[in-house]
Design a protein around this ligand. Sequence first.
Ligand code: NAD
Length: 304
Amino acid sequence: MKVAVIGSGAMGCLYGGYLARLGVDVWLYDVWPEHVRAMNDLGLTIVDQDGEHVIPVKATLDVAEIGIADLVIIFVKSTQTARAVEQVRDCIGPATLVLTLQNGLGNIEAIAAHVDSERVLAGVTSQGCTLLGPGKIRHAGVGKTHIGPVAGTAPAGMEEVVRIFNEAGLETEVSHNAVGMIWTKLVTNVGVNALTAITGLQNGDLLKYPELVEIMDAAVSEVEQVAAAKGIMLEVDNPKEHVHSVCRATAANRSSMLQDVSNRRQTEIVSINGAIVREAERLNINVPYNRVLANLVKVIEKTY
Ligand code: NAD
């Protein structure tokens, strides 16, 4: 199986590195020249609790080198998905499967603009990674991956993808509610990311302030309303309590959005709270908390 990872940052390198270590034919595509050079010259270094592991990989800045892949994994930030899929159209043949495990909404639609939706796989991952520098990532948290079809029936080849992920050490299960799982993860991102980015607080500290819990719960309620109107089945019974429990379980974490604003990088706000605002507008639902959170983070980005 030939695998092309599109966006080989923290997560792309984790999945691509684990598959390459198994002997799968993996290409890591990225637009960052120093990173691609470092991986080709020195290998990919994955730092985890057992130490540093160097994995020889093939990285490229040029999609023409890759050719048609059997599996394309999109791991750019969700704001870049449409552009990235457009760039890599030459890697996508009539039987290629395209997988997204990104956070936020809009990724499936951006992929399906170029690929028959029957060959689009989507899901969520509880793995956690950070990019340490060119050619080097830290694998900070181990967790399950869930993958499923977005168009009803599972495409030929999906089981094989799940099999090689598991064989590579990336524990993976099939989900028949991939879109519901993405929305369930979105619930947490809606409740946590913008509030941490605006306040500078770690996840667990949000719960210490009743004023923030009020905003968190209201924003999560709005997602529940929009999801219900769209007929999306969330995977948790009590989304507000679920978000509180994630805050407790990840108390010392600085969310990705807080890290993004601290480093003056573009955030994924338009795919998280911003996406809820857009979905709600289409459905004539009022989501003032998500609108305010999205606008505040957009203003933080404008002040960089
Ligand atoms: P990242 O910023 O580390 O990596 C993104 C990579 O994409 C970068 O190396 C960047 O150079 C590259 N890129 C940007 N534009 C590109 C383009 N047009 N074509 C090719 N490459 C391009 O991001 P990440 O942390 O790996 O996150 C990727 C996705 O996974 C996000 O949606 C994120 O929310 C999600 N996610 C991340 C984690 C995590 O722990 N990091 C966990 C779960 C989900």
